[in-house]
Design a protein around this ligand. Structure first.
Ligand code: SIN
Length: 277
């Protein structure tokens, strides 16, 4: 296994491994690397939906996404597709997957099948770094706060009827989750503090109104997305990227109109999140 960091603070490329044939020792190394680096890119894989699913199961129980289109060959794998004639993509805004669940997802694994000649990169931001770069006083204030996260305004009936990637998202009646999580979590794997609010699913601070929350959340979103907290990932077919949803945000760029992009995603269940002490 050869590991190359993608930036000072975030991401690692892992070469010379086959996700379908990893020893327990290498798997433990991979897990610790994910907790530390937040994003792992594993190129040159040959993964059928069943093989991707089997690899994901080594990480934990699978959270079958209730809103995405399932892949025909394995309906527990989600399709992330944009056709040349479609305008909107899936995931085209900063977010972290499943923060609207009471027990949010540990990690997501996206496998590139078809990528545009240009464009279609994914941005990632480190929430370890975002938290670390706040002032001590602000850290202290945030550490006693919780925030409410929801799926309703993204996957529910209302956005489905508007200008959304409609045919690719399903079951708006299931978008009824609201969950409360600490604003600063202790990462369950690394023990490090991580900022756990995100622009797509966090709706307000717990005990605060939406309008009271808006400007402080907007500040945190601008701060989290500062370029020095981010990397930009350029895809190649056959690459599997794993991101830790408790330590990162991601953003699928929608800059490849007229071209096709097809990925397969599997998401692994996490554990309840605790506030940092
Ligand atoms: C997602 O948000 O899960 C999709 C990310 C991507 O397509 O790059």
């Amino acid at each position: 296994m050869k590991v190359t960091h993608l930036s000072e603070i975030l991401g690692a490329e892992v070469d010379c491994i086959d996700c379908q044939d990893i020893s327990d020792r290498d798997f433990a190394t991979l897990q610790n690397l994910l907790w530390d680096r937040g994003v792992l890119s594993i190129p040159n894989q040959d993964l059928t939906p069943d093989a991707q699913f089997a690899f994901a199961q080594r990480w934990g129980a699978i959270n079958v996404n209730r809103f995405f289109t399932p892949v025909v060959e394995n309906p527990r794998v989600a399709e992330v597709l944009k056709e040349p004639d479609q305008e909107l993509n899936i995931g085209g805004g900063w977010h972290t997957d499943h923060s609207y669940d009471d027990i949010p997802a540990m990690c997501s694994m996206l496998y590139a099948i078809e990528v545009p000649d240009t464009g279609g990169d994914t941005l990632f931001a480190s929430m370890y770094a975002a938290y670390a770069n706040l002032s001590d006083g602000f850290k202290q204030a945030l550490s006693s706060m919780c925030a409410v996260h929801s799926s309703r305004h993204v996957f529910g009936h209302e956005p489905m009827e508007g200008d959304r990637p409609r045919k690719r998202l399903h079951n708006p009646e299931l978008a009824v989750q609201d969950a409360v999580h600490p604003v600063v979590i202790e990462h369950p794997g690394s023990g490090r503090p991580s900022l756990y609010v995100n622009p797509s699913f966090t709706v307000r601070f717990d005990g605060w109104s939406t309008s009271e929350s808006a400007s402080l959340l907007a500040y945190l979103y601008r701060f989290g997305a500062r370029p020095e907290h981010t990397i930009r990932y350029r895809w190649k077919p056959g690459t599997l990227v794993i991101w830790d949803n408790r330590a990162t945000w991601h953003y699928a760029l929608n800059d490849y109109h007229g071209q096709r992009r097809l990925m397969h995603r599997v998401t692994v269940e996490g554990v309840p999140l605790r506030a940092i002490n």
